[in-house]
Design a protein around this ligand. Structure first.
Ligand code: WTA
Length: 655
C-alpha cells in the first residue's frame, strides 16, 4: 500500500523534564553527554559499535572484523569473534554477584520464589546437560511453549549455553499455530509444561502441545514437560520426558559452547502482511550487545534496581528485557505468571509494592485497561520505589501517558516510550531518561548509533516538520535481524526492496516534529496491532476461509479504546447469507474457530456477512472502504465501480 500523504492529526505540546534527583543519579545526565555519544557514532559508526562490543561483551576470543557488508542486505557483526550468550548472562557475574537475586518470581496465586545468580546458573547448567542427554546439539532447534515461569528463562538460557537455537511460542497460541511454527523451524525438541496458571484457570499447554505433535511435526523427537500444575495430562511414552526426570542426576556444571558471533541465538515468529508468520532470526553477539546498551541507556539500570518488564517471553520484549538484557547486565528481574486483573486490577501495583520494583515496563494496552478501573486502585499501594516507567508495543495516547505519569509515576518518574520491533532486537528510538525531555505520545529520538529517518515514496528525507512518511533505518546495527528462517527472499523483499537495498523498511509510518522528535503513526502494511500484539490480517483471513462454511473473508482493524485496534471481519458464506446479515450462533462459532486456529487474541470482535466483498476492477479487496465501515465512518471513496451497490448496505449491516 502506498500513502503519498500520511497526514498527522495528533498535536501534543506538553513537555516533561526528568527531576534533578533522577538526573543526578543517571548514567547519562544531560543532552551534552548524549549528543557526544551520538556524534561519536556518526563520525565512526563501526568504531563506535566495536568499542562497545569490546567493553560490554566477555569474549572467548576477540573479533577483528567489525561489520561485514559484502552480502548486503545481509550484514554480519564481529563475525570472527567467539562468545557464549549464557556465559555473558550468568558465569561472568558469579565472582561478584553469586548471591544476588537474579529472578523474583510470583505466581498468580501469590506463590513467590527467587533464584540467585548462582542458583540460576546451576539450573541452567543442569538443564543444558539434560538437553544434551536428549540429543540436542549446537544448531538444533528447540521450541519452547511454556507459561511465564523461571523455567522458561532457564530453557532459553540452556539452549544458548549449548549453542542450540530456541524458538519460543507464546503460550496463548493454539495447537495449530504451535504446529506451524514447530514445522517451519524444523524443531527436534519441544519444551513445554503440563499447564500454566492464568486468569484463575489452568492453561492447557500440554493438551495443545499433544495436538500439535499428533497432527504433524515429524522432526520432533522428544518433548520435555515441566510439572507446573500437576493436574492429569496425557503422556506419550518414549516421546515425553518430565523436566524433573531429565535434570535428575545432571551435573551442575555445563561448559558453554563457544559460538561465532553470527550463530543464530533464536528464531521468533512474528506476523507480516502476507502469508505465514516469519521466523525472525537473530544473532548471538550483535543481539546481546544491543540488549545490554539499551538496558544501560534507556533503562538506566543500576545495581540495586528491581526491574520488571511485564511482557511474556513469547514476545520479543520478553526475550530482550526478561530473558537476556537484564541478566547480561547482572540485574534483578521480576517475572509474574498470571493476569493483571487477578484478584483485581491492583495486581501490578501490588507486585511493585511487594517486590520494591524500581523500573516498570509495560504496554499501553495494559495501562489503558488499568486506567479504566480508576485511580483509587493504584492509590492503595505504595509505589514510592518506582523511579522509571516504560512503554512498548504501540503508540501510547497522551491521555494514557498522562495517567501513567501522574498516578503511577507520581510525577516523579520519567517515562521511556520505546519504539522497536521483533526485527530490530532492541530499542531503536527511545528517550535516554536522564537527558531527554519527553513529550506524551512520542518515542522521542533515535539512540546513539541508530540512524533512523522518515522518508517519502522515493526515499528522500522528509524535512518538513510533522509530515508523515516511511520510518526507515539507514545504517545496519548490531541487533538487526539476520534473515527470515527458511525464506531469505522474503527477508530481502520485506525489509530491503522498497528502497533498493539502501534502507531498512520498518513497515511503520512516522513523522518528526520541529524538534526532530519521532511520532509513530501506525503500520503501513496490513498488520494489526491488537493489545500490542502483531497479527497479520492475512492470517486471520486464512483462518476464516479454512472454515467449511466460509467462501471469502476480509479482515480490517478498527479503533478500540483498550486494545488499540480491534478485529473486524467481513465474511461471504458458501451458503445463504443470514437474514439481516446477522447470525449470532455462526459468529460465535467462527470466533471460536479463529481462536482455535491462531489463538484467542485473534478472535474477531465482530463479523458482518455479505453476498460479496467490495473489490476494485483488478480484483483487490477495497480495504480502505472496509476500514471506514468497520470504524463507522462515512465512505468518501469512489464506489461507482462496485458491481453491486447493495452490498455496501449489507456490509454496513443495514439489510
Ligand atoms: C509497534 C514489539 C509506537 C510498531 C517490540 C512496530 C510501537 C511494532 C512502539 C513491532 C512504540 C512498538 N510506539 N509503536 N513505542 N513499539 N510499536 O514486533 O508498529 O511485536 O512496528 O515488537 O509495534 O511489534 P513487535
Amino acid at each position: 500500500m502506498t500513502r503519498e500523504n500520511i497526514d498527522s492529526i495528533l498535536q501534543e505540546d506538553r513537555q516533561f523534564s526528568p527531576t534533578a534527583e533522577f538526573t543526578t543519579a543517571a548514567r547519562i545526565k544531560n543532552m551534552g553527554d548524549l549528543e557526544a555519544l551520538k556524534r561519536q557514532a556518526e563520525q565512526d559508526h563501526e568504531g563506535f559499535w566495536a568499542n562497545l562490543a569490546r567493553q560490554e561483551i566477555s569474549w572467548q576470543s576477540p573479533f577483528e572484523t567489525i561489520l561485514n557488508s559484502d552480502n548486503a542486505p545481509h550484514f554480519s557483526w564481529f563475525e570472527d569473534g567467539m562468545l557464549n550468550v549464557s556465559y555473558n548472562c550468568l558465569d561472568r557475574h558469579l565472582d561478584a554477584k553469586s548471591g544476588k537475586t537474579a529472578i523474583i518470581f510470583e505466581g498468580e496465586k501469590g506463590d513467590v520464589c527467587t533464584l540467585t545468580y548462582a542458583e540460576l546458573h546451576r539450573e541452567v547448567c543442569r538443564f543444558g546437560n539434560a538437553l544434551r542427554a536428549n540429543g540436542i546439539e549446537k544448531g538444533d532447534r528447540a521450541v519452547i511453549y511454556m507459561p511465564m515461569i523461571p523455567e522458561a528463562v532457564i530453557a532459553m538460557q540452556a539452549c544458548a549455553r549449548i549453542g542450540a537455537i530456541h524458538s519460543v511460542v507464546f503460550g496463548g497460541f493454539s495447537a495449530e499455530s504451535l504446529k506451524d511454527r514447530i514445522e517451519d523451524a524444523g524443531a527436534k525438541l519441544l519444551i513445554t509444561a503440563d499447564g500454566g496458571f492464568r486468569g484463575g484457570k489452568i492453561v492447557e499447554l500440554k493438551q495443545a502441545a499433544d495436538k500439535a505433535l499428533d497432527r504433524g511435526c515429524p522432526t520432533v523427537e522428544k518433548s520435555i514437560v515441566f510439572k507446573r500444575t500437576a493436574h492429569d495430562v496425557s503422556w506419550t511414552e518414549g516421546r515425553d520426558v518430565w523436566w524433573h526426570d531429565a535434570i535428575a542426576g545432571q551435573s551442575s556444571s555445563c561448559d558453554p559452547v563457544w559460538v561465532g558471533s553470527e550463530q543464530p541465538l533464536f528464531l521468533l515468529y512474528t506476523s507480516g502482511s502476507t502469508g505465514k508468520p516469519k521466523g525472525i532470526q537473530h544473532s548471538s553477539a550483535g543481539y546481546l550487545l544491543n540488549t545490554i546498551t539499551t538496558m544501560k541507556w534507556v533503562f538506566d539500570i543500576h545495581d540495586d534496581d528491581i526491574f520488571w518488564c511485564t511482557a511474556d517471553v513469547g514476545w520479543v520484549t520478553g526475550h530482550s528485557y526478561v530473558a537476556y538484557g537484564p541478566l547480561a547486565v547482572g540485574a534483578t528481574v521480576v517475572m509474574y505468571e498470571g493476569a493483571p486483573t487477578v484478584p483485581d486490577a491492583g495486581r501490578f501495583w501490588a507486585l511493585c509494592e511487594r517486590h520494591g520494583v524500581t523500573i516498570f515496563y509495560t504496554a499501553p494496552t495494559a495501562i489503558r485497561a488499568l486506567m479504566k478501573c480508576g485511580e483509587e486502585i493504584p492509590s492503595k499501594y505504595d509505589l514510592s520505589s518506582l523511579r522509571l516507567l516504560g512503554t512498548v508495543g504501540e503508540p501510547i495516547n497522551p491521555e494514557a501517558w498522562m495517567w501513567y505519569h501522574r498516578i503511577i509515576g507520581q510525577e516523579r518518574c520519567p517515562i521511556v516510550d520505546t519504539w522497536w520491533q521483533t526485527e530490530t532486537g532492541a530499542h531503536m528510538i527511545a528517550p535516554v531518561p536522564g537527558a531527554v525531555v519527553t513529550k506524551p505520545g512520542s518515542c522521542t529520538l533515535p539512540l546513539p548509533g541508530i540512524d533512523a529517518g522518515v522518508v517519502d515514496e522515493q526515499g528522500n528525507d522528509i524535512t518538513e516538520p510533522d509530515k508523515g512518511g516511511y520510518l526507515v533505518i539507514k545504517k545496519p546495527w548490531p541487533s538487526m535481524l539476520r534473515t527470515i528462517w527458511g525464506d531469505d527472499q522474503r527477508y530481502v523483499d520485506t525489509y530491503w526492496s522498497k528502497f533498493d537495498g539502501k534502507y531498512y523498511l520498518a513497515g511503520d509510518s512516522a513523522r518528526r516534529d520541529k524538534d526532530g522528535y519521532f511520532w509513530i503513526m501506525g503500520r503501513i502494511d496490513d498488520v494489526l496491532n491488537v493489545s500490542g500484539h502483531r497479527l497479520g490480517t492475512m492470517e486471520v483471513e486464512s483462518a476464516l476461509v479454512a472454515n467449511e462454511k466460509v467462501a471469502e473473508a476480509a479482515v480490517v482493524g478498527h479503533p478500540d479504546p483498550i486494545k488499540g485496534e480491534g478485529i473486524f471481519a467481513f465474511v461471504v458464506l458458501k451458503g445463504e447469507r443470514p437474514t439481516g446479515g446477522i447470525d449470532e450462533a455462526l459468529t460465535a462459532a467462527l470466533r471460536n474457530w479463529v481462536g482455535e486456529q491462531i489463538g484467542p487474541i485473534a478472535k474477531p470482535d465482530d463479523i458482518r456477512y455479505a453476498d460479496n466483498l467490495p473489490k476494485t476492477r483488478s480484483g483487490k479487496i477495497m480495504r480502505r472502504l472496509l476500514r471506514a465501515i468497520a470504524s463507522g465512518e462515512e465512505i468518501t471513496q469512489d464506489t461507482s465501480t462496485l458491481e453491486n451497490e447493495d452490498i455496501l448496505k449489507q456490509l454496513r449491516g443495514e439489510t
